[in-house]
Design a binder for this molecule. Structure first.
Ligand code: NAD
Length: 481
């Protein structure tokens, strides 16, 4: 049965959309309609920003509450999300093709984990700090909420990526207008229901799924104090331009093309390492911003690494994202599959050697599936080695020595993730120190709520997660006493 919605969560109410524009959400594994949602237009954005503004500017409201009172509401929201765990994870997997086991561990777990983490953090961390001044008078340094936040999120991990914004923002005392992608507008409604059930005060969280134009309108809206964006580097650039002109704080979590550096001594026969390699390189059907999709292999072991990665890719079970046995599900949309297939064609045209996949799986006649694909004989200058493909496509690039490996890892417009694979973890850490990136894994890669996450170069500005993520929603004020 299709899920059809008619309203947005604005000012604590289910408000009818201002226009008849609707988005249709198509199931990634079926190609069939999952449901429809109203598409936010400028008038809806105006209403949501006004509600967030009122909630923020109310002197007795959210921004003025004691941190422990905000934390209590956040814990209730965490409980309300946990109560919807199964429903949320199944819906996200149906929408975007995320394998259900990953969806349970990520979409069904991380949002409530982040809410509880930031609830604890904000009750423990003092909002005001006294310092002895050097000029004879004391100083008070205050951490005040940043104001109304425009939170714009993509479709690849919609619940998790939204939580990376609203959990610290709520802890800080900010209010939000959340704009989910139209591709995943349906699970956003489950989140909005949890917000209502948890008794989050009216206007503190407003949810308006909408397209790019309404997103751009929200970014430049006079009622917004900070923009927090996760998505493509192209959109991030145009958002940064607008925020630059407005002198509006902005954080940008953008694309990546990270490197997995396989060292001479890497144990590619170990089952544990093979599983970690799959997670680091092909997570979420390759639709993970931090995936290490460039495999750097020592020239001396090049054929070994190509064979191991190709065997690994070919061994994965491709199929229904709702089946717990599935490793690789479909891509999120037909458009996304066209994009990925375009890159596979480009890799072939550039003369690289296809050693696994390259086509659509023969046993699946519907849904946006692409086989896990590996290209060998790839030069780091090639398009498939430089541009973000955002699908299950790996390239194996040879290096001469470790200095060359680090040079190749750094020879990218991006700098978001990365990993090194070695029996000598100490030595792996040495490599980690030399790669220009925002995060890096030694023999595995997975982000952690306590550690700041974000990119350098075209991968973004600012950090989410950890105490640094909370600081992103606070403004400092010095009071000279
Ligand atoms: P996208 O940039 O097309 O869209 C992301 C969101 O921004 C959507 O909600 C979209 O409607 C909105 N949007 C697009 N253009 C906008 C504009 N000019 N102004 C305001 N809003 C705008 O990206 P996508 O295709 O949905 O997501 C995939 C991209 O996201 C990949 O590049 C991926 O690497 C990146 N990503 C980054 C991270 C990270 O944490 N660094 C995490 C996940 C995804």
């Amino acid at each position: 049965m299709a899920l059809d919605h008619d309203t947005f969560l604005i000012g604590g109410e289910w408000v009818p959309a201002s226009s008849a524009h609707r988005s249709t959400v198509i199931g990634a594994s079926t190609g069939e309609v999952l449901g429809t949602s109203p598409e936010g237009m400028e008038a809806d954005v105006d209403a949501a920003v006004a509600a967030a503004r009122r909630a923020f500017d109310d002197p007795d409201g959210w921004s003025g509450w004691a941190p422990r009172d905000r934390a209590a509401v956040m814990r209730r929201l965490a409980d309300a999300l946990d109560a919807r765990r199964e429903e949320i994870t199944r819906l996200v997997s149906s929408e975007n093709g995320m394998p259900i086991t990953l969806s349970l561990g990520l979409e069904g777990t991380v949002p409530s984990t982040l809410l509880r983490y930031y609830a604890d953090l904000v009750t423990e961390a003092p909002v005001e700090e006294h310092r002895d001044g050097l000029l004879g008078r004391p100083v008070l340094v205050r951490r005040e909420p940043v104001g109304v936040v425009a939170a714009i999120t993509p479709w690849n991990a919609p619940q998790t990526l939204a939580a990376g914004k609203y959990a610290p923002a709520l802890a800080a005392g900010a209010t939000l207008v959340i704009k989910p992608s139209p591709e995943t507008a349906l699970d956003a409604v489950l989140f909005a229901e949890a917000v209502v059930e948890a008794g989050v005060p009216a206007g503190v969280v407003n949810v308006v799924p909408a397209g790019r134009e309404a997103g751009a309108y929200l970014v430049g809206h006079p009622g917004v104090d900070k923009v927090s964006f996760t998505g493509s580097s192209a959109a991030g650039r145009s958002i940064a331009e607008v925020c630059g002109r407005l002198l509006r704080p902005v954080s940008l979590e953008l694309g990546g093309k990270s490197a997995a550096i396989v060292l001479e001594d890497a144990d590619l026969d170990s089952e544990a390492i093979r599983q970690e390699l799959v997670a680091a390189t092909l997570l979420n059907n390759g639709q993970a911003c931090f995936a290490s999709t460039r495999i750097l292999a020592p020239r001396s072991r090049y054929d070994d690494v190509v064979d191991a990665m190709s065997a690994l890719a070919s061994s994965l079970t491709v199929g229904d994202p709702l089946d717990p046995g599935t490793h690789v599900g479909p891509l999120a949309s037909e458009r996304q599959r066209e994009r990925v297939e375009g890159y596979i064609a480009k890799g072939r045209a550039e003369g690289s050697r296809l050693t696994a996949g390259g086509g659509r799986p023969a046993h699946l006649d519907r849904g946006w599936y692409v086989e896990p694909t590996v290209f060998a004989d790839v030069d780091n200058k090639q398009v498939i080695a430089q541009e973000e493909i955002f699908g299950p496509v790996l390239v194996v690039i040879p290096y001469e020595d470790e200095r060359d490996a680090v040079r190749l890892a750094n020879d990218s417009d991006y700098g978001l993730g990365g990993s090194v694979w070695t029996r000598d973890a100490e030595h792996g850490l040495e490599i980690a120190r030399r790669v220009r990136t925002g995060s890096f894994g030694v023999n595995h890669y997975m982000t952690d709520p306590v550690a700041p996450f974000g990119g350098v170069k075209a991968s973004g500005l600012g950090r989410e997660l950890g105490p640094e993520g909370l600081a992103g929603y606070q403004q400092l004020k010095s009071v000279y006493l």
